[in-house]
Design a protein around this ligand. Structure first.
Ligand code: 5MM
Length: 342
């Protein structure tokens, strides 16, 4: 495979393919495992992720890349094959989460700034040797009374740009993820407020990317969709979400960016798929629109697996189904009938 940033970025958003976000940090994967009554041991985490990466049909046809956590990129499958090699063998690209998490921001009560720039150059060099060709850094912007503030948006956008520049220096495509939360502690805002905050955030992020000399052709944007908060009294319909998201992105994201791969953020599996498909139906668009889902790709598989080896085939079927539906959505060809037929 070509090592050019532009080529890697294009491969990450190849037609009908998207990204599997399997980079849950230890705390998050524990929560996921708690929900199915499975203890979060290193072996269980390995078994679960190996099950996903060995789902051949899904991986080969629909998954262009997998975002891994530090532990996972170093882990070996039961037969001794490095998990990163399983991903490569399926024709998919291993990626790595490199941020150190969103931490309370000093002087900004209730807001967070993502840390992890110290020593990042050296970590990226090591991850490159371990097979990673793209990375991910997630900034978290919460909407509540009086927040977000300019100080918080600016600090997060600056860190994202510094991270992206370091990635590119080391031959790694940065996924730039500024997530405006739909499921924060309050989350009663409507879709228009989400639009306003997302527009503000994206414009700030692209200003900072320009200032840090980030090559837009060699990056992928991972944004939220324009949706109401999960506790809002009224939720936007699917067409409205698609129309507002595309309008917001068109006004903020330069056409030089090869692709936009959404997070699911707490939407149901089917909503995340339907929204993506509807957006692609609004084309032609200046960039590819695809998925980089965590929960919306894994929830059904996690339930089906339940930590039992005898459920591996059923869990792989559940994952393959979601991957196929999202692969169709990435080209605007998903329908509710196809969902049911399967
Ligand atoms: C898979 O979850 C990722 C890591 O989260 P933590 O660092 O909090 O453990 C997360 O960044 C994820 O990649 C994105 O939010 C997309 O996942 P969803 O579930 O929102 O589609």
């Amino acid at each position: 495979m070509s090592e050019r940033l532009e080529d890697i970025a294009q491969a990450m958003v190849a037609d009908g393919k998207g990204i599997l976000a399997a980079d849950e940090s230890s705390g998050t994967i524990k929560k996921r495992f708690d929900s199915i009554g499975v203890t979060s041991t290193e072996e269980n985490r390995r078994d679960y992720r190996e099950m996903l990466f060995r789902a051949d049909e899904a991986m080969k046809s629909c998954i262009s890349g997998v975002i891994l956590y530090d532990e996972t990129i170093r882990q070996k499958a039961v037969d001794g094959t490095p998990l990163a090699d399983l991903i490569k063998a399926a024709g998919s690209i291993p990626g790595i989460k490199v941020d150190a998490g969103a931490k309370p921001m000093a002087g900004f009560p209730g807001e967070k700034v993502t840390e992890g720039l110290d020593g990042l150059r050296e970590r990226l060099q090591e991850y490159h040797k371990l097979g990673a060709r793209f990375a991910k850094w997630r900034a978290v912007i919460d909407i509540a009374e009086g927040t977000p503030t300019w100080g918080c948006i600016k600090a997060n956008a600056h860190a994202l740009a510094r991270y992206a520049a370091l990635c590119q220096e080391n031959g790694i495509v940065p996924i730039v993820e500024p997530e405006v939360l739909m499921d924060g502690p309050v989350a009663t805002h409507d879709a228009d407020r989400c639009y306003q905050v997302t527009e503000w955030t994206l414009n700030t992020v692209f200003d900072e990317l320009f200032e840090q000399r980030v090559l837009l052709e060699g990056m992928i944007l991972k944004p939220n969709m324009i949706v109401a908060g999960k506790n809002a009294s009224s939720q936007a319909g699917a067409e409205e979400v698609a129309e507002k998201t595309v309008r917001c992105l068109k006004s903020c994201v330069p056409a030089a960016v090869p692709g936009i791969a959404f997070l699911s953020g707490g939407q149901s599996d089917e909503e995340a798929t339907q929204h993506l498909s509807l957006m692609n139906e609004l084309g032609p668009l200046p960039w590819k629109l695809t998925f980089s889902y965590g929960r919306a790709l894994q929830a059904a598989a996690l339930q089906a697996w339940g930590g039992k080896p005898e459920n591996v085939a059923a869990a792989q079927r559940a994952f393959t189904h979601r991957a196929r539906m999202n692969g169709l959505a990435a080209t605007g060809r998903w329908t509710a009938e196809l969902e049911k037929a399967a």
